[in-house]
Design a protein around this ligand. Structure first.
Ligand SMILES: Cc1ncc(COP(=O)(O)O)c(C=O)c1O
Length: 387
């Protein structure tokens, strides 16, 4: 390996959101979704050159950045986009909120998967839009959204369907037929679609393919805002660089109008980092995926021997969605935090019996964390799980 993913970098007393939470406690933080890996050298070098340049006036996305995205979408995902369809943003969550506010009116509502990264639901809530929850279910070890029938409470005010592919927290990479079911639903109910594809580079399962929702057909392209970013793939989430890809000019101008004066332009250092990532980051990304796959496989094997915890093997992302209901504790996140491991509470994503574990860290740290969890369970149930 040319890059070292086992390096232990001390983030405890840094500006890290993830590590600051437990800076005074012996808790291993495996919650918020960034990794503990150093970003690729190509990004660090590009940032160093920009800092040496020493002028930090207002920035504008270089033409090269849109062109890199155009090439990336075409080469990796067979999606032929135009540079003019791209709207750069300082963060993807801004894009989720802008999609809600630009594609729905007061009194209209949003269809959202019942298990989901929390900002999808808070975007609807803070805009005052009602939510209809589309049930998610386990289908042969994969979390899938079920839109065969309408979600409860549908009343014709629905205007927007939210999609997260690959799915956070479930790790699902939707297959073509599953996406088509979602498109059919959107057509039947005349919905726009916001497709968050931030994790699309992080495919761990051999043989699975990321299909951008907007590539299903022209109808899908015309009703969809797709959100992408280099932030998860290259661990530059703290810099904030994302893009909305909007083929439909009418939707694009509504989105841009909503952004105006509220969402700032992308930070100049973020532009440099994103450009370096998409231009030169592939060798690092390839090795990172191999390392993450190793972490995922180790975790799946280790948890298979802990009967109180059930994990579906994520096809993508560095996030594991773990069913802790057999533990028989009221708040599994709190239980593991007391044992020295900081996970994300399942309640935030739609199911309080679960926890979400971020395995984007050096393997020795992951092993240490999971052994703490195993020991805490042993202490709780010395004679095995509750009946
Ligand atoms: C599905 C999804 N969308 C968006 C984000 C965050 O995007 P940003 O930090 O660019 O706002 C995350 C981070 O965990 C995520 O998992």
């Amino acid at each position: 390996m040319a890059f070292n993913f086992e390096e232990s970098i001390d983030r405890r007393h840094s500006d890290s959101y993830k590590w600051q939470k437990y800076s005074a406690q012996d808790v291993i933080p495996l919650w918020v979704a960034d990794t503990d890996f150093r970003s690729p050298p190509c990004i660090i070098e590009a940032l160093q050159a920009q800092v040496a340049h020493g002028v930090f006036g207002y920035g504008a996305p270089p033409r090269e950045l849109a062109e890199l995205l155009v090439a990336r979408m075409s080469e990796r995902y067979h999606w032929h986009i135009e540079p003019d369809w791209v709207v750069f943003l300082p963060g993807l969550v801004s894009g989720i909120n802008l999609a809600v506010r630009s594609l729905t009116l007061p009194g209209e509502s949003v269809v959202i998967p019942s298990l989901i990264y929390p900002p999808f639901r808070s975007a609807a809530r803070s805009a005052g839009r009602e939510q209809r929850l589309a049930a998610m279910r386990l289908d042969r070890g994969r979390w899938v959204v079920d839109l065969a029938g309408p979600p409860a409470g549908m009343d014709g005010t629905e205007r927007l369907l939210m999609l997260c592919n690959p799915h956070n927290p479930g790790g699902t990479v939707y297959r073509r037929a599953e996406l088509e079911q979602q498109l059919n639903f959107a057509r039947r109910h005349d919905l726009f679609v916001c497709s968050d594809e931030i994790h699309c580079d992080l495919l761990l399962e051999p043989g699975v393919e990321h299909i951008p929702f907007a590539t299903l057909n022209d109808d899908a392209a015309q009703r969809t805002i797709t959100l992408v970013s280099p932030s998860k793939s290259f661990n530059i989430a703290g810099l904030g660089a994302s893009a909305a890809i909007i083929p439909n000019a009418r939707l694009r101008s509504r989105f841009i109008a909503q952004r105006s004066g509220i969402v700032p332009s992308v930070d100049v250092l973020a532009l440099v980092a994103a450009t370096a990532a998409w231009r030169d980051g592939q060798p690092w990304l390839t090795e990172q995926l191999a390392y993450l796959r190793g972490n995922r496989d180790w975790l799946a094997a280790r948890l298979a021997s802990i009967t109180e915890l059930r994990m579906t093997t994520p096809e993508a992302t560095y996030l594991a969605w773990i069913d802790a209901s057999a533990l028989g504790v009221d708040n599994p996140q709190h239980f593991f935090e007391q044992a020295g491991v900081g996970l994300s509470p399942g309640a935030d994503f739609g199911d309080r019996r679960f926890v979400r574990l971020n395995f984007g860290c050096p393997r020795p740290l992951l092993v240490q964390a999971v052994e703490r969890m195993a020991r805490a369970i042993d202490d709780l149930h010395p004679a095995g799980p509750a009946a």
